[in-house]
Write a protein that binds this ligand. Structure first.
Ligand SMILES: [Zn+2]
Length: 147
C-alpha cells in the first residue's frame, strides 16, 4: 500500500535533494535551451550547459518498460516491480512501480509519483524514497469515497 506523505514525513530521505515533501515531488534542473535533467545536477544532461535552474518535475508520467525483481539483498521484500518512467519533460528515470490490485502493469500505462518507504527489513533505518503507482484509469466508486 502506498503511504501518505504524513505517514513518512519523519523518515530521512534515501538521498538529499532528490524530492520535496510538501507538495511531494521530484526536483530537476532545466537549461536555457529547455532540456530537463533528473536528478538535480550542475549541468544539463542533454547539452551539458552549466546554465541550469532548479525546477519541480511532473508528478506523473508513462511507464516505458518494467521488470519483476525476484531476487534482492536479505531483508528486501520480493517480488517487486522496477521500471523506467518517462516524464512529460523528457526525463526517463528508473523507479519502483507500485502495482494496483486488479490492474495488470503494462507498457504505456500512466503512473503517478508517490512516496515510498525503502526498507531492508530492519538492519538499518527505513528511508523515504519515491515510486510510481499505476494510475487507476477507472476508479472504483468506493475508492473515491476513501480518498
Ligand atoms: Zn540543455
Amino acid at each position: 500500500m502506498t503511504p501518505s506523505v504524513d505517514d513518512v514525513a519523519e523518515l530521512e530521505p534515501f538521498r538529499e535533494g532528490v524530492f520535496d515533501l510538501d507538495p511531494f515531488g521530484l526536483r530537476g534542473v532545466r537549461c536555457a535551451v529547455g532540456h530537463y535533467t533528473f536528478p538535480v545536477r550542475t549541468f544539463c544532461g542533454t547539452c551539458k550547459s552549466e546554465l541550469v535552474e532548479p525546477v519541480p518535475l511532473s508528478g506523473g508520467g508513462v511507464l516505458h518498460t518494467f521488470t519483476v525483481v525476484r531476487q534482492a539483498p536479505p531483508g528486501v521484500s520480493v517480488p517487486y516491480l522496477l521500471g523506467y518512467v518517462d516524464l512529460p519533460e523528457g526525463c526517463r528515470l528508473m523507479a519502483r512501480i507500485e502495482p494496483r490490485p486488479g490492474v495488470e502493469p503494462a507498457i504505456g500505462a500512466p503512473v503517478d509519483l508517490v512516496p515510498a518507504i525503502f526498507s531492508d527489513g530492519g538492519s538499518s533505518a527505513d528511508r523515504l524514497g519515491f515510486a510510481f503507482a499505476i494510475r487507476n484509469e477507472h476508479p472504483d466508486p468506493k475508492e473515491r469515497h476513501d480518498a
